[in-house]
Design a protein around this ligand. Sequence first.
Ligand SMILES: Nc1ncnc2c1ncn2[C@@H]1O[C@H](COP(=O)(O)OP(=O)(O)OP(=O)(O)O)[C@@H](O)[C@H]1O
Ligand SMILES: [Mg+2]
Length: 151
Amino acid sequence: MIKTVTDNEEETRTLGERLGKFLKAGDVILLSGELGAGKTRFAQGIAKGLGCTSNVTSPTFVLINEYPGDITFFHADLYRLEKADLDEIGLWDSTEMGVLVVEWPERAGDSFPENALQLSLSFGSRTNERLIEFFIDSEREQAILASGDFK
Ligand SMILES: Nc1ncnc2c1ncn2[C@@H]1O[C@H](COP(=O)(O)OP(=O)(O)OP(=O)(O)O)[C@@H](O)[C@H]1O
Ligand SMILES: [Mg+2]
């Protein structure tokens, strides 16, 4: 498990960007955390790390957005998901074509792809402090830790 702390939204974006550089098409990232924890900021960073130059905004009303990049970035937010929508948006179908980041994954029950990377963001005790924890396969975890970008 990798555990880290950020003190402002830019640091959270940068962390996302660093993780993004280690991702490959087919990866699914589940971002858990309360409203305002920083999931979308982190997702914006991932997009940048994948070479997306688009302005990534919260997909709350459309559930899923797609952005071109060196690797295609799919961004879903299931906060407003109705049960019937899950099949309709074909959420897990897009996973082979790029990197899929999902906010509020709990709303989809527990039908996640097996390879999904789980991240959680939570509020720290100081203003603007966020705790970010994630579980990643051990091979990549070692590469990420060796890069010195996550401590
Ligand atoms: N360390 C930090 N990291 C990320 N965001 C921070 C941090 N400190 C303060 N913020 C603020 O917290 C808010 C995070 O908003 P963001 O939209 O990323 O949250 P979210 O988890 O996606 O929420 P939602 O569940 O509503 O989608 C922003 O207003 C941002 O400026
Ligand atoms: Mg969000």
